[in-house]
Design a protein. Sequence first.
Length: 283
Amino acid sequence: MRPRHRRNLLQVFAGGVAFATVTQATAASTTTIALLHLAPRPGELEANRGALEQAVRRSAASGARLIVTPELAVSGYGFRDLVGTQWIARDQPGLLAWAGALARETKASLVLGTPEADLEGTVLFNSMILFAPDGSVAGRHRKINALRVGSESWSTPGDRPTVLTVDGIGRIGFFVCADMYSARLVDETAAHGVDLLLSAAAWAPGHHGPDGEWQRASARTGRPVLVCNRTGKDVLDFDAAQSVAAIDGTLAFSHASSDPAIVLVDWTAATRRLTNWRITGAA
């Protein structure tokens, strides 16, 4: 269904929290969300973009109106030691144009996990960027709990929680991976009023793997948590990493596979309810 609509975009900073709004005059009662459980390869930028294009188009063809990628889906997690960081600022205009065109083509909101440079091109962040269905950048979240050593040492921590409002979904609290490890950040985000918590992750199981953070966040806030994780080999083995939906303190749905996949789930904004979790191929 393609209702005639009016789009409204507002982005302000209030109380240290980033807000962005993408609205339409008419919204369906149920909206399909796609989590792209992909296997980005470290430093293989063109291959990763090709896989993203294919998965985004397949998701849209399956009815998804909000499409979410894993953390650092453009670059892979351990890209720095292979291709460095100079490309981030240099290639950013083209990357934003490419992702905006993909959102516009599919008429979906797209959340892209990517390295990002500031306006001066000197400070780098591990970001989630929201593209509206018209292709414009509607908002961004910069990872706050960024590791200062190892594969993430290139990135500067973000300085504020982020709340983005998307038509058909509601107010979303955004997190990148270990951001959800912080109960304080979860509380600060929820205090601004959210309907759903959304995380892009590259979080493998193991000694430093997830340990109930998603369930605790859903229990603390009384809101569902959606996590778009990844698979594949990188500096870590992500084959058993899970994309999940946590509801009321429990894992209601989960998916892990060594092959890339697309997770589809239906969201009813009026009741804040996730239903009909299903898996389809990414290729």
